[in-house]
Design a protein around this ligand. Sequence first.
Ligand SMILES: Cc1cc2nc3c(=O)[nH]c(=O)nc-3n(C[C@H](O)[C@H](O)[C@H](O)COP(=O)(O)O)c2cc1C
Length: 195
Amino acid sequence: MLKLLSFLSALSISFCAVAQEIKLPAPQTEGGMPLLNAVAARKTTREFSTRPIDAQTLSEILWTAWGLTHDGKHSIPTSQNKQNLKVYVLQADGVWLYNPEKNTIENISKKDVRSILNTQAFVKNAPLHLAFVGSDKKNSPMHAGSAYQNVGLYCASKGLNNVVRGYFDHPALGKELNLKDNEEVIVTQAVGWSK
Ligand SMILES: Cc1cc2nc3c(=O)[nH]c(=O)nc-3n(C[C@H](O)[C@H](O)[C@H](O)COP(=O)(O)O)c2cc1C
């Protein structure tokens, strides 16, 4: 009986571990709009349908933001090569942390926290918000800026709408993301399809 109980408990632990992590499809890392066309097309659009972001598109959004591209390094440069950006995914199904090494998103909470970002009504339909987090007062905003620019270019190429947002309750969101004391949400970016 004891053996059966410990077997069942091990099973439930491993089930939890699996359930807490989602493997994303491999990102498509070739093609898209020519770079100069994407630069010309990038813009803020404050209008979203509720249509969810599919796993393939999410994988590519995250790869452009912070994926591994060369020599174990990322799609954006970081000061002193510290590689110290964190990218969180906020969707209806909860809060997730992107793991670029494994190409997974790891569950932080099952709570839909997007309402914290509804300080501007036009984002209330947005299916996805990225939250860029760092702990380096001087350089984290620059890292976040590089990442949101890459995402903005990807959105231009893919026909997605996006808006970078600094206007929200930063400490309230940081709490929901379970950040360490020295970490903060630098900025967020709402992404979604047109209505
Ligand atoms: C750091 C940063 C914070 C921003 N915060 C907001 C915001 O809170 N709300 C908003 O509607 N737009 C925000 N924006 C979007 C800017 O208003 C927008 O980029 C600007 O009007 C230029 O338009 P464009 O992106 O189409 O070139 C932000 C942009 C940046 C770079």
